[in-house]
Design a protein around this ligand. Structure first.
Ligand code: GLN
Length: 311
């Protein structure tokens, strides 16, 4: 983007910057350029396609150049724009939260599938490690019968989740609290009229940290800018997953004593190559049945689903 005498049209900017991003190793170069340019011009990305000949004025050009510089330096595009699309919703992000990934949409699919199987009934969801709140927000937005508790150990993440909940008009159905995994004592949890003494949930969702210490060293530059606490699990990668597997049954509803009806569901995102070990961990507890996996678009078993067994 030198001081060319030629005018910088939208199309010329896109093409030039796409090549520059490609050379700088930015992920999805063309999409990233379009997202940044749409952000600077204050219009949806797709509407750039009807403005290819628009000449970008000096002020917008300056703002765009600045973002491009940061992007080429490996700063995640979503942190530059402050927003990431997830389940077709605009989710606010800051460097305090993990940027929502497309594969995490599988968790929302699992919640909505479950809710469909119990159409009309109130469904109670606990979204653990909620981060930006993307799963809680997307699920509640698409299912009117859902009431949600969303928790995270990080105070700044909780603040972002609260903003997203308000932004999407869901503050009435999503409650956000700062809690470490599933350790919130029952006595401190908000009570629900339906609870006979013990508060329990129909579904627990979680996208916990699952990256091993060794993998942390080899993450792409832009992922290294995301909060390590949301990614790093420890030497095995299964440290948080293991805790959630042991603690979830006590928080999930058992299947109805008639034997008919739906049991509480654990739906958790896992890392590539962890499915076999996660299957074994769930089996060892004798507290789950029907363990199954959802594959992400790359064919990786990305989300584990398990039903809580009867007491
Ligand atoms: N999927 C994320 C990544 O590849 C990891 C998310 C997580 O640890 N929960 O960077």
């Amino acid at each position: 983007m030198g001081d060319s005498a030629d005018k910088w049209t939208v199309l010329r900017l896109i093409n030039w910057t796409k090549d520059y991003f490609e050379r700088s190793g930015v992920d999805e170069p063309r999409l990233s350029v379009e997202v940044l340019l749409g952000h600077v011009l204050g219009c949806p990305r797709v509407s750039l396609y009807t403005q290819f000949d628009r000449v970008v004025d000096a002020e917008h050009l300056k703002a765009f150049r600045e973002l491009v510089r940061h992007g080429a330096d490996g700063e995640p595009i979503a942190y530059l724009t402050g927003v990431k699309e997830f389940y077709s919703l605009a989710i606010k992000v800051t460097p305090d939260v993990l940027i929502p990934r497309p594969e995490t949409e599988l968790l929302v699919d699992a919640v909505l599938d479950y809710a469909r199987s119990r159409a009309g009934e109130e469904i109670r969801l606990w979204d653990v490690c909620t981060g930006s709140g993307c799963v809680a927000v997307a699920a509640a937005k698409h299912c009117q019968t859902l009431s949600v508790l969303a928790t995270d150990i990080s105070a700044p993440a909780v603040a972002v989740a609260v903003e997203n909940t308000e932004q999407h008009g869901l503050a009435g159905r999503i409650r956000i609290e700062q809690v470490d995994l599933l350790t919130w004592p029952q006595t401190q949890r908000p009570r629900h009229p339906a609870d006979g003494g013990v508060e329990s949930f129909d579904i627990i969702t979680a996208n916990p940290p699952y990256v091993t210490d060794a993998e942390m060293e080899h993450l792409p530059e832009s992922v290294k800018q995301e909060p390590a606490a949301a990614l790093r699990a420890g030497p095995t990668g299964l440290e948080f997953i293991t805790r959630i597997i042991s603690d979830a049954p006590a928080c999930l509803k058992p299947p109805p004593s008639t034997g008919l009806g739906t049991a509480g569901l654990l739906a958790m995102e896992i890392g590539a190559g962890q499915a076999g070990r996660v299957y074994d961990l769930l089996g060892k507890t004798d507290l789950y049945e029907n363990v199954r996996f959802l594959k992400d678009p790359a064919g990786i078993e990305r989300v584990v689903l398990a039903d809580r067994i009867a007491d």
